[in-house]
Design a protein around this ligand. Structure first.
Ligand code: SAM
Length: 231
């Protein structure tokens, strides 16, 4: 999978070289490239932002430096998906991460300040005819799109074949695990490891019983209880 990231702060993405994702890049499963929007800044002042039409606080990222950064990436691959993190977008969920993990090229565009000129998603969706997703990490406002992009990249790439040491880990985890009717997404049951007694707290007896059927039933019930608590 190829991932391009357009940002004013490429240093935010240094952690991509760590841990599972770093290994996935070394092994050629994922290729992440950052593109500094400031390199396409305009005029002698090298501006990337300007005041909002209609007035109001803050600055808005201008369309042209963004287009100069993104156009060559799209020319190279017109089937790439443009992802714009924004608190006003659709909530990023595990099913969206799963859908995106089946794509071969994602372009993330990180906003800053009051966000980006609204003609950017309009242009790439309607004129350039690229699939554009405006996605929110949650109902709160971050200072920029970089942290949201990092979170989305991690959620997407850990689903790629070969990234996790044990792909079985993907089957019984939160938001993937289903109830018996296959309908409702549950959150994962509680996990325990050695020692069996820690600071007076014991591991539930059933988990050391060796009765795999009973363990599976207990785990499913715990997953239901936890999911109900979140509603
Ligand atoms: N003025 C914008 C608003 O009220 O919707 C918020 C802009 S925010 C300070 C700057 C940038 O951070 C956004 O353009 C977006 O890229 C990113 N951002 C902030 N919160 C986010 C969230 N919940 N999910 C995804 N991206 C977010």
């Amino acid at each position: 999978m190829k991932i391009d990231i357009a940002t004013l702060f490429p240093e935010y993405f240094d952690p991509l070289s760590l841990s599972l994702l770093g290994k996935a890049q070394t092994e050629g499963i994922v290729q992440c490239t950052t593109h500094n929007l400031r390199e396409h800044a305009l005029g002698v002042h090298k501006s990337v932002d300007d005041t909002p039409y209609g007035g109001g606080a803050g600055m808005v990222m201008m369309a042209e430096p963004i287009a100069h950064t993104i156009d060559p990436l799209i020319q190279e691959n017109p089937t790439a998906i443009l992802i714009i993190p924004t608190p006003s977008g659709e909530k990023f969920t595990q099913p969206i991460a799963e859908k995106l993990s089946r794509e071969n090229h994602l372009i993330f565009l990180c906003g800053r300040y009051e966000g980006i000129d609204a003609r950017i998603p309009e242009y790439y969706r309607n004129v350039a005819q690229i699939e554009v997703l405006e996605l929110s990490l949650g109902d709160y406002v971050l200072a920029g799109g970089e942290v949201a992009t990092l979170a989305m990249i991690e959620a997407i790439t850990r689903l790629l074949p070969g990234v996790l040491g044990n792909p079985e880990s993907l089957v019984e985890e939160s938001h993937v695990l289903r109830d018996e009717d296959g309908q409702e997404a549950l959150v994962e049951y509680p996990n325990y490891t050695k020692p069996p007694l820690w600071r007076g707290l014991e591991v539930p007896e059933i988990l050391t019983s060796g009765n795999h059927g009973a363990i599976a039933r207990w785990r499913l019930e715990q997953a239901r209880v936890r999911a109900r608590r979140l509603k």
